[in-house]
Structures are given as structure tokens and as C-alpha cells.
Design a protein around this ligand. Sequence first.
Ligand code: GLA
Length: 383
Amino acid sequence: MHSKLTALFQTIYGRPPEVVTRAPGRIEFIGNHTDYNGGSVLGAAINRGVWVGAARRDDGVRRFFSEFAGKITTLPAGELVRQSGPASWVNYPLGVLAALPAFGLPGPEGFDFLALSDLPAGAGLSSSAAIELASALAFQALLGSNPDRETVVKVGKHAENHFVGVPCGILDQGVSGFGRRDHLVYIDCRGPRFETVPLPPTAHFWIFNTHTKHALVDGLYASRHRECMEAARALGVGLLVEAKGAQLEHARPGLSPEGYKRARHVIDEIERVESARQALRRGDLSTTGRLLTASHQSSQSLFENSTAELDYLVEMLAGGLNVYGARLTGGGFGGAVMALTSPAFGAAQAAAVASGYAERFGTRPDVLHTQTGPGAEVVWKAN
Ligand code: GLA
């Protein structure tokens, strides 16, 4: 990807980039909608992501090109206005630029910017966090600044919350920033505090991307966020992480049925994350897998962010040979299912699941066998 990016940069801008960075996509391993509730979550950075090349300009003009958009978007000096239509991908790097001052970081004035991705977009693997982190690192590297990982992660989240406008938690950016090969990233979202947890090399990931996406997915995410905050208020706590299961049962008569279900899911899910972390410490993938499947069932019945397509895949996978567990990964309301498998799960078995799905739903899911990979980094910088 590095040489492809350099060649494309040369073709588009007629000169080489000054810096090249990359940031990985992520799998939400377990911890569904726990992050913005102050809970914990486990995720994996994968060996695919977004690559960014950038070089400074003297005239303050900012030019953005991505292979996926296929054209240059030019913004005049100093302009930080939200883009719409085909140029809306530019909101990720622009949002990062807009976020930098809040962290006391400088931003480059003019530059040429190019993004390449080997991460399927819309698959629930968080290409948005990947482009945010790769952009933040590129902008800093252009100015010779080298902020710590945690700051880069927070800049990405700030961009997403305040510029892109999604009230997400820190999972996506945290995992993309702190990922490590053969490890999961554990985040205690209240700190936030980041840790890596070794993953047995016999653990394999298979992603089934349904390409389905609820038309109102952003609004549904925001409404789940609101319901959780309302439930926390009704329970007399700042965030649901502070509430205990017994407290919730006691307060149940005063809660709406939805409020109760959302809170029950979040409180149980945080416990499942902690149990999975313990199980992983023992190298116990069977218990971990059962927790993953239980997480999905809770998303399905309590958080109500699953779909018939995701449920079908989990049902086919979770009971199958060589599969430890399966669940929806990411925000839900469409997107992808991930399965944690042994190395014996192979392409033929995955294809059989995909064919069953195609018979039922009329389209074939994309199947991706993926491994863990390193977190966001500056790959190259001109002297
Ligand atoms: C999306 C958000 C994350 C997290 C998950 C659900 O991926 O970006 O912050 O809330 O949904 O767990």
C-alpha cells in the first residue's frame, strides 16, 4: 500500500508526499454500546486500514483526494466548512483539523492530502476512525509534532463527535490507536484507560458483511444513546456503569420498558466484557466465545439493535463446528457479524454460511478472514 500511495500521490499532485501514515480498522470484540456508558470494551485492530499521504503547500489551499471518491476536493485557505454529497468523506480529515486546537496542537495551513483504503467501507470495521487517526498523525508529522497516542485517539473522537456529528464513544478510535498484533485492546472508557490483552494465536476472525444498513442508522444510534442517558438519570447515576443490576431491578417500575431493557443490556454487557477478559487471561476461548454469542442475544432482545440478517448469520455460525462464538460487531442496525473461530474453520465452511444467507436474503455477504494488526503509526517521513 505504501508504494501504491506514493505512486498515486505523484500522479494526482505531481510530487511525492512528505509523510505517509496508516491506521487500522477495528473489530468490536465484545462490549456493545458500553463505551459511551462509561463501561469497558474489548476490540481488535485488524491488518487492514486507511493510508494517508500528505505534503505542505505555501498558499494555504487544502486539496483532498481519495481513491474511493475518485476526485480532488479543493478548499480555500482557512475554510473549515462541513462538506456534503460525494465530498462528505473530507469531513473526517477536516473534523480532525477543527479538533486540533482543543488539544493545544498545531494544524498545517495548506496541504495536499491523499487517502487510500483496503478496508471495506460500511462493514462496521470503522473506516471513519481509521481515516481520522491517519489524518491526525499525518497533520502532526507534517509539522514535526509527535503527540502521544492517547491524544491522537481523543482528537479522532472529538472530530467524530463535534464535526461529523456522531455521539460515539471511544471504542473505534481507541482500538485503532492502541491496537497490537496478536492482542486485543481493553478500554476502561471512564478514564479512559487503555491496555492490551494477549490473544491466543489459534484465535481467528471471520467477518460477514451483510451490506445492509438501516436507513435511519445514525438517528437510531443517537436515540439509543439518549435512552441510556435517560435510564442513568432515572437510576440516579451519572452513567450506567455506576448502576448495579439489583438497583436496576428495584427501579424498574419507574422506568419505561425500553429504558429498562437498554440499561439491562449495558449493565450485563459490562459484566460480560470483564468475564471475557478473565477468560482470555486463562486462554479459554470456549468461554470467551459463549460470552460473544450471549452479547449478541442481548443486543437482539434487549438493546434491539440487531436485524434479521445479523441474527441469521449468528445463528448459523454460533452453533457450528470450529466456531467459538459470533455476534454483531459495531453499532448494529445492519453491518457485519464477526465469528471467533479455531484455525480449522476454513473458506469452504464460510462459503456454506454465505450461500445459506444468499438463499434466504437474495444477496451474498462479503466474507473476510482477518487477523489482528498494529495500531496507527507514521509509516514514513521525508528527511
Ligand atoms: C459504534 C460507535 C462506538 C460504539 C459502538 C457500539 O461503532 O462508533 O463508539 O458505541 O458503535 O458499541
